[in-house]
Design a protein. Structure first.
Length: 481
């Protein structure tokens, strides 16, 4: 029989610095298998797309380059997690598994329950460290802020610097699909070192006008931190991002931006906590009063959904945002909210039909932020202010929208500037005078009429007794009093 080992199971925590399970596993001293598992069940899940796995692959390559001088390497397996662990166990007694808690989809929650049961039956210790400021199985928000402060405002843990007692086990080497190896300059590159590069550039220069540019689809691409994929895949811990912001000695514009940035790091965990406490948010509206909400069910729903997904709604800002997201994996918060509002309020399409598409496009897909945000923007929580975003007004209010629309909806470039936001106002005469025919669809809905209908429907529904009643339950469970 081979000697007993410990396993460090990398999940959404692909870094070496500020990694508590890694430090604990090394300190334990037993031969250590550093393991990442590509799980077919997850690879096939519609929330995920090639862009995510490419990012993970880039992150693993980066870690292995950093680990080489420490005589260590992450072994990469493909298989369902439980089966993979069982196969390893057949040849190597496993004493302990170290990992972070995962605030994931129902799929990974169920998988972790199976693994927990197996560990218990085999006498294997599974040591899980908390994920940021999220409390596992919290019943309400009592003590939540204190815990957040303790987990996030603390000294960072150093990366290992000495050789690791690392082992490899007998396993078929994993070879990634060729597309994962291709570099795509439109997408952020995965990896701990890329994350630090992004962090440094934000605090050195990009972040100064952060609070001013945060809602502009064009300017936010540079002035927002762009740390979200690195936080979502764990190339960076939340404590690292918070520390960097806290230590930034800026004044004036910088100070205001840093305050806004720090509050968003707080929201990060706040939303994830909601999902952790109520995973059913993935499949049903959080507020039970919306169970019977009259979403559209007509024969055109699928056609309209496809137009929304592909940026073909005929509403320039909506289409530009979706196309930018599809092509680059990123769009800023305000525009994400507008895309959901357009789907749910203007098209009256059930938020559940758009959730997987957006998840598969966001390079930073983080289930615990995504689902609570989807529901909040769709207006089905019954506790938040209902925001029905007018896409034309958004386009008029945000900075550099014209450049953004010209970049992503080039069909409109031939129009005079004032009509690029509202091409439906083009008169038949103006249309005739264009050099070439306008290849852009008519708007999918009459915006004014759809907004009015949405206001009547959503505000009216909110007044229902069932919505108010469940709203009370939600406040008691998810809100700090
Ligand atoms: C419908 C919808 C879905 C979303 N899905 C995701 C998702 O899957 N993953 C994700 O990371 N963010 C999600 N967000 C939140 C937000 O849009 C992104 O975090 C942000 O745009 C990422 O860009 P940034 O890193 O430059 O953010 P910055 O503005 O620089 O913020 C720094 C960090 O704070 C956190 N953060 C910022 N805004 C929010 C917010 N509103 N709620 C919670 N955390 C926030 C993120 O971790 C972000 O990286 C979603 C928002 C909406 C409206």
């Amino acid at each position: 029989m081979n000697s007993a080992i410990n396993i460090l199971w990398f999940k959404r925590d692909l870094r070496l610095t500020d990694h508590r399970p890694l430090i604990q596993a090394i300190a334990d001293g037993k031969p250590l298998l550093l393991l990442y598992i590509f799980e077919p069940e997850l690879l096939a899940d519609p929330h995920y797309a090639m862009r995510h796995w490419r990012f993970v692959w880039q992150s693993l390559e980066d870690l292995n380059q950093q680990l080489a001088p420490l005589n260590a390497k992450i072994q990469i397996a493909q298989g369902e997690a439980l089966e993979t662990l069982q196969q390893i166990y057949q040849r190597h007694p496993i004493v302990s598994i170290f990992s972070h808690e995962e605030i994931g989809l129902q799929l990974t929650f169920d998988r972790d329950l199976r693994i927990k049961a197996w560990c218990e039956s085999e006498g294997i210790q599974w040591h899980e460290s908390p994920c940021g400021g999220v409390i596992r199985a919290a019943r309400d928000r009592r003590g939540w802020q204190r815990n957040w402060d303790r987990q996030i405002k603390r000294a960072l843990l150093p990366a290992p610097t000495k050789a690791i007692n690392s082992v490899q086990v007998n396993m078929t080497p994993y070879s990634p699909p060729p597309e994962w190896l291709e570099h795509h300059s439109a997408f952020q590159h995965g990896g701990e070192r890329a994350a630090h590069h992004c962090l440094k550039s934000f605090f050195k220069e990009r972040g100064q006008p952060y609070y001013k540019h945060i809602s502009s689809p064009m300017l936010s691409r540079k002035s927002c931190s762009r740390l979200s994929p690195y936080l979502a895949w764990g190339n960076l811990s939340l404590a690292q991002a918070y520390n960097a912001a806290k230590n930034h000695a800026g004044q004036g514009e910088w100070e205001r931006s840093m305050r806004a940035f720090r509050s968003r790091l707080h929201w990060h965990c706040h939303f994830m906590q909601k999902f952790e406490s109520e995973t059913s948010m993935q499949i049903r509206s959080m507020n039970a009063g919306y169970a019977e909400f009259p979403w559209r069910t007509d024969a055109q729903v699928n056609r309209d959904l496809e137009r929304w997904k592909h940026g073909q709604t005929g509403v320039p800002l909506v289409d530009a945002c979706m196309r930018a997201l599809n092509a680059t994996g990123y769009i800023n918060f305000r525009m994400r909210a507008m895309l959901v509002s357009f789907l749910c309020h203007y098209l009256k399409i059930d938020w559940r039909l758009g959730a997987e598409h957006l998840a598969s496009r966001f390079l930073d897909f983080e289930p615990g932020i995504h689902y609570p945000q989807m529901q909040m923007q769709a207006g089905v929580t019954g506790i938040h202010t209902l925001r029905i975003y007018n896409p034309t007004k958004q386009a008029q209010e945000q900075k550099q929208v014209d450049q953004f629309i010209q970049r992503w909806v080039p069909e409109l470039s031939a129009l005079p500037e004032q009509l690029r936001l509202t091409p439906w106002e083009l008169t038949p005469m103006e249309r005739l005078m264009l050099d070439s025919p306008l290849e852009y669809p008519e708007p999918i809905v009459d915006l004014q009429q759809a907004a009015k209908e949405a206001r009547d429907l959503f505000w009216g529904w909110r007044e229902r007794e069932a919505v108010k009643l469940d709203g009370e339950r939600i406040l008691a469970r998810h809100v700090m009093r």
